[in-house]
Write a protein that binds this ligand. Structure first.
Ligand code: RAM
Length: 909
């Protein structure tokens, strides 16, 4: 018997979250066992408000009882109502198919936030703006209080219009940056919850907070400052529970004290200016004399939503050391961190009081070796530190971030910079993917995609992290969303972003092109309803459903999505989508996909996804009507844009790829269209012409149509324009445009030339799903039924890919050596997988050295089932465990073009 144990307990989207406000949180777990073919037949969940009672099983708020079910993802809590500010502990045990119980899991926990408005006893305090463009000082707020008896637990709940950093008795509370992050502050603001039990002590205590501008009043994009308002303010409450059972609440109110301090300005786009001579030593400790500080301004209540943040917070995730330093002609130092990244640097230095150090950040260098800042537009990305001259000093900014690889340090001669460290920030999502191949360029490309995600998952999925933009462009986000979910556990991040999208929705039903939407600042007629952008409101929930089985996200946004579909139908009664301004296949190269064809394709696609999602949440009638709508739009699309010989209006790679991927073509036309697509690629010398949309669809449809070698040629192409062209020229992140820099012309289009834009990195999805071959089964959401279908190609000798889905880690490694295909596959517990193996006529397939069928059992009775031959593959179904298949490769090729694919030419969704 192998041991079985549930692990990786999650509540809602996070491990042991504090302060959630969903009344029936959903519980998920994985199961660990070495047994092959493990399927869960039942589970039992116990939840208690007391850890000891959970351990000795003496008291619960919920005992699910033994539930006969294989569900282990998003099980709804179903016990007695959960209480504000309470902590809950849970454990789970499962049974296998033979009825054998597992061990109990380790204990997971969560705490509830403040569930009703009346639970907030605190007041909004802060400051009214004294407007001085670009130089608003951060406010320091403090309050002393006494603790007279032993504390059992203490929790801080805090929210802010602005960005807040909290401290207790001199220690920073939590590790979050820019809390409570970016939302549509007209509609909603997040709060954060922290356990501060360990920071309190009997006697005098002090709580402090620093309030920066954040997204609330700092610069956003090119719109200037104070987009949401001027009055920076926060609300904080410390709930203390004493050992004797009594409770006390310390709240923000007019009795706090406020002062300015060393942070002379701190702005996301502009940078920070910090004068260490103005520090108040010990300001957040109990003994501090605050008699010279003033009373803060008290504000009335906020009428919008105050919700717990459901996504993981922004944290420092990694540090980078410089790989090179040099002195520039100007005398300034240039530091190279070796990686285009997002965050800032921390410096250790000495120097005289009043001396200044100026740090300027940039992504790339000019030919003369100076930093290239033309592409920043009006963003300054500059931090300035003024020394206090007291020995060794340490500085890093608090309320700004930069997109950079290089830092230029200009300082007076007396300043000695001892150390400089890059601090990498992003929302703290768990890494879930990995890929290594025999090609170093491909590996670097994969790394560049990851780094670009790290750089741009900063509260919202931003287009870029450096210039005066950094907005949540919905088109880029939907195109990259599937790649993002392979790289990291992005379920909570996108669930939060869907709230941003829903909050931005116009009264007409139109979704917007950016979210949060800058109401009143964007021209209300632009940045709305654009094809491929606004459609994110449908595509993202669908993506979260197929990856994470998140049905609740569909339910939560169903009405919003239905309103969007109704808007589209109303605006385009003839079902050809011609209503809005479009960006189309943005940043394509010499290939214009006609706007109406592009937009109509997305219209059809959304109808189809709505049909699927309606089905998923049991709305059968709507499923049928969206299905019918899809068919009607599809028919109109074919009439209007598809010629009899399969040519599609515009004859672009993007046009063909979208039609094939989105299932817009009748069966007979699919092959013709695919042939036209490949002919175009070949005519262009095996180069890509797509912009940010076609790029997602291109390689998958080539593989589905049997042109897998063409897909590999595009991937491995390293002449301009191509992914590896950027890699070959030193890229460490994905560039915004193919032609942002070329050997011939150098930098181009400085107004729109980011070197850290993830959209063209949407090929990451293909890398996992096709090159690695790790996918969900097309009929099943989540990875409960897995499909391992790697597209092997001798241009690479091996690919090793892994992905941690909701059930555990899936691995697919293949290699081709001496004509032998070798596949190592790991399937996680409580799933089954269809595994596609190159089919060589008459050639045997071995699993762990044994020919199959027959003999592929491991003694537990679990076996590998032969599902027969599909196209050019032999398919086996297997349960959890590790497998190793070997067979001949070459003779498996089909006669017509060397395809080892099954040639089913399916549409993909
Ligand atoms: C640019 C953004 C983004 C794109 C829009 C249309 O400003 O950088 O990538 O979605 O335009």
């Amino acid at each position: 018997m192998h041991s079985i144990i549930p692990t990786h307990l999650k509540t809602e989207y996070l491990v042991n979250p504090l302060g959630i406000d969903s009344p029936r949180p959903r519980l998920s777990w994985m199961t660990e066992t070495k047994a092959r073919g493990f399927l869960q037949s039942a589970y039992r969940i116990l939840v208690s408000a007391d850890k000891r009672q959970l351990l000795d099983e003496s008291g619960f708020v919920w005992d699910s009882g033994k539930v006969n079910s294989d569900q282990s993802v998003f099980v709804n809590y179903d016990g007695t109502p959960l209480l504000s500010n309470e902590r809950y502990y849970w454990k789970v045990r499962v049974w296998d198919a033979g009825g054998n119980p597992s061990e109990w899991s380790d204990i997971g926990e969560w705490s509830m936030g403040l569930l009703s408005r009346s639970d907030w006893k605190a007041n909004w305090i802060g400051e009214v703006f004294a407007p001085v463009e670009g130089s608003r000082e951060a406010g320091f707020f403090r309050k002393s209080f006494a603790i007279g008896r032993p504390v059992r637990s203490a929790t801080i709940h805090a929210t802010a219009f602005g960005a807040i950093e909290i401290s207790l008795n001199g220690s920073r509370v939590g590790e979050d940056y820019f809390a409570p992050e970016w939302t549509d502050y007209h509609t909603r603001v997040h709060y954060r919850t922290y356990d501060v039990t360990a920071l309190l002590r009997e006697g005098s205590n002090a709580v402090g907070s620093i309030l920066g501008e954040g997204w609330y009043s700092g610069h956003i994009a090119w719109y200037g400052k104070n987009l949401y308002g001027e009055a920076l303010r926060f609300m904080l409450q410390l709930n203390i529970r004493y050992e004797d059972g009594t409770e006390e609440t310390i709240v923000s109110d007019a009795s706090w004290k406020e002062s300015k301090g060393p942070i002379l300005c701190s702005d996301f786009l502009m940078g920070e200016r910090y004068d260490a001579r103005l520090e108040h030593g010990g300001w957040n400790e109990a003994g501090f004399d605050d008699s010279a500080w003033r009373s803060p301004h008290a504000f009335g209540d906020f009428k919008g939503w105050i919700h717990a943040q459901i996504s993981p917070p922004i944290r420092v995730m990694e540090e980078k050391e410089p790989i090179a330093k040099q002195t520039l002609a100007s005398g300034a130092q240039l530091v190279d961190l070796g990686q285009n990244m997002v965050g800032w640097v921390r410096i250790r230095l000495t120097g005289e009081r009043g001396s200044t150090v100026t740090l300027r950040y940039a992504e790339v260098l000019n030919p003369d070796g100076s930093i290239y800042t033309d592409n920043l537009r009006t963003a300054k990305q500059t931090d300035t530190y003024i020394l206090k001259g007291e020995g060794e000093e340490r500085y890093e900014p608090k309320f700004t971030f930069h997109g950079f690889r290089y830092v230029e340090i200009a300082a007076s001669a007396d300043v000695n910079v001892i150390e400089i460290t890059g601090r990498v920030i992003h929302n703290a999502m768990k890494p879930t993917g990995g890929l290594v191949t025999s090609d170093a360029g491909v590996n670097r490309l994969f790394g560049n995609i990851l780094w670009t995600q790290r750089a741009n998952f900063i509260s919202v999925p931003t287009d870029c992290p450096q210039r005066d933009e950094r907005m949540g462009w919905t088109g880029d986000a939907q195109i990259f969303s599937r790649t993002a979910t392979y790289n990291m556990d992005a379920a909570g991040f996108f669930a939060k972003y869907m709230t941003d999208i829903a909050d931005a929705q116009r009264k007409t039903g139109a979704f917007t092109d950016t979210a949060p939407f800058l109401k009143g600042f964007s021209d209300w007629s632009t940045f709305v309803a654009s094809a491929g952008w606004a459609d994110a409101g449908v595509i993202i929930p669908w993506t979260m459903y197929v990856v994470y089985e998140d049905r609740k996200l569909i339910e939560d946004h169903y009405d919003a999505m239905a309103a969007w579909m109704a808007y589209l139908v109303k605006m385009n009664p003839g079902l050809l989508r011609t209503d809005t301004q479009y960006y189309g296949d943005w940043l394509s190269l010499n290939a214009n996909t006609p706007m109406d064809a592009f937009a109509t394709a997305y219209f059809a696609y959304c109808a189809k996804l709505m049909a699927d999602m309606s089905e998923a949440v049991g709305r059968t009638e709507q499923a049928a009507s969206y299905g019918a709508l899809f068919e009607r739009i599809r028919a109109r699309y074919n009439e209007a844009f598809v010629a009899e010989d399969g040519r599609i209006a515009g004859e672009t790679q993007t046009g063909y790829a979208m039609a094939l991927f989105m299932d817009l073509l009748p069966e007979e036309t699919r092959r013709q269209a695919a042939a036209h697509l490949v002919a175009d690629i070949e005519r262009r010398g095996w180069h890509i012409t797509t912009g940010i949309h076609g790029i997602k669809y291109l390689l998958p449809v080539l593989c589905e149509a049997g042109y897998e070698d063409a897909a590999y040629r595009l991937l491995l192409q390293d002449t301009y324009p191509s992914w590896l062209y950027s890699v070959r020229n030193g890229a460490t992140t994905i560039w915004e445009r193919w032609d942002g820099w070329t050997e011939e012309k150098g930098f181009q289009n400085p107004g729109m030339n980011s070197f850290n834009h993830y959209a063209l990195g949407a090929v990451g999805e293909w890398m996992y799903r096709y090159m690695g071959g790790i996918d969900r089964h097309p009929d099943t959401p989540g990875f409960k039924h897995i499909q391992i279908r790697p597209i092997m190609n001798e241009r690479l000798s091996f690919v090793d890919c892994r992905y941690e889905c909701s059930y555990g880690t899936i691995r697919s490694r293949w290699s081709i050596e001496d004509d032998i295909a070798d596949m190592q596959v790991t399937i996680p517990p409580n799933t089954i997988a269809d595994i596609y193996i190159p089919y060589a006529d008459g050639e045997p397939v071995y699993e762990s050295g044994q020919p199959i069928p027959g003999g592929a059992t491991d003694g537990t009775g679990a076996s590998v089932i032969d599902l027969g031959i599909i196209g050019n593959r032999r398919v086996f179904q297997a349960g959890s465990g590790e497998y190793r298949f070997r067979t001949r490769f070459k003779s498996s090729k089909s006669p017509n073009g060397g395809s080892a694919n099954d040639g089913t030419n399916r549409a993909q969704r």
